[in-house]
Design a binder for this molecule. Structure first.
Ligand code: A3P
Length: 288
């Protein structure tokens, strides 16, 4: 199948047809957010399924039932994907969702509600590496070609959800005030209990240290890798083939160093720098 046939184009962005439809996008636009909803917004390959593990446990105080009994895509559905309409009536409040949407595609009711957002950012070099391997295992995405070819595809934004820089810019310039919290994948890897405590305070949960420790253990890379409700082993290999490259692949910071040549590093860095040079925000990673 050509990439034209694999993607829908929505407001200029590429979205995989396997998981999105015109109906699901309309459903997202018409969706009514509630004030106590929580949405984790994540550019693809920056920790989305990690947040699908974390949010239910933070919101329910550490009861493991959701992560042991409900597949991640139904437990914390994507706002824009087809499963939301199917499971929406089964979500208990406070509801948790994820989204890959840029800010300007969020539906009108999101803006008038008090729903909270946790925006997760990851170093784009590691995002690109993760995405390269993901394209190899996802039957519904085009073949990435060589690593070098994929780097250009990624930098030009010819990938699902478009350019990484556009996504970050859109969510850094919001008028959400204290409704949005920013966190990085790297912070979560470095000290998950501390990251969970920060998220829990933002969500007005008063969790004991014991509860945070328990959640941290069950949301570790190791635990998620063997959790069939979270590792995509329930999905037919035709769509996600964990034998080609596991969805939960490495879960580390800095894997780009194993893949980038020095020429690729300077090409990548110069494009990202240029696209962010006039921005008022700074990024938490060094790009060299
Ligand atoms: P790698 O391919 O670098 O291993 P997304 O869910 O947005 O598609 O992101 C997938 C990336 O998040 C993968 O990165 C995956 O391994 C990583 N990930 C998922 N759960 C994780 C966890 N508990 N700890 C660390 N990384 C995790």
């Amino acid at each position: 199948m050509s990439s034209e046939e694999m993607y829908l184009r929505y407001h200029g962005l590429l979205l995989p047809k396997e998981t999105h439809s015109l109906e699901s996008l309309k459903f997202a636009q018409d969706f009514t957010f509630k004030d106590d909803d929580v949405v984790a917004v994540v550019y693809p390959k920056s920790g989305t399924i990690w947040m699908q593990e974390i949010l239910p446990l933070l919101l329910n105080g550490g009861d493991l039932t959701p992560i042991q009994t409900i597949p991640n895509w139904d437990r914390v559905p994507w706002l824009e994907e087809t499963r939301l309409e199917v499971v929406v009536d089964q979500l208990s409040s406070p509801r948790a969702m994820v989204s890959h949407f840029p800010y300007h595609l969020m539906p009108p009711s999101f803006h008038t509600s008090k729903a909270k957002v946790i925006y997760v950012m990851r170093n784009p070099k590691d995002v690109m590496v993760s995405s390269y391997f993901f394209h190899q295992m996802a039957g519904f995405l085009p073949d990435p070609g060589t690593f070098d070819e994929f780097m250009n595809t990624f930098l030009e934004g010819r990938v699902l959800l478009g350019k990484w820089t556009d996504h970050v810019k859109s969510w850094k310039h919001t008028e959400l005030g204290d409704r949005i919290m920013y966190i990085t994948y790297e912070e979560m890897v470095q000290d998950l209990p501390a990251a969970l405590s920060r998220m829990s305070a933002f969500l007005d949960r008063d969790l004991s240290e014991e509860a945070i420790q328990k959640i941290s253990e069950h949301c570790s890379f190791k635990s998620m890798k063997v959790n069939n409700m979270s590792n995509f082993s329930l999905v037919p290999k035709l769509y996600l083939d964990n034998d080609k490259s596991p969805f939960l692949r490495k879960g580390v910071v800095g894997d780009w160093k194993n893949h980038f040549s020095s020429e690729q590093l300077s090409r990548f860095t110069s494009v990202i720098h240029k696209e962010l040079e006039n921005e008022s925000f700074t990024l938490p990673w060094s790009f060299d």
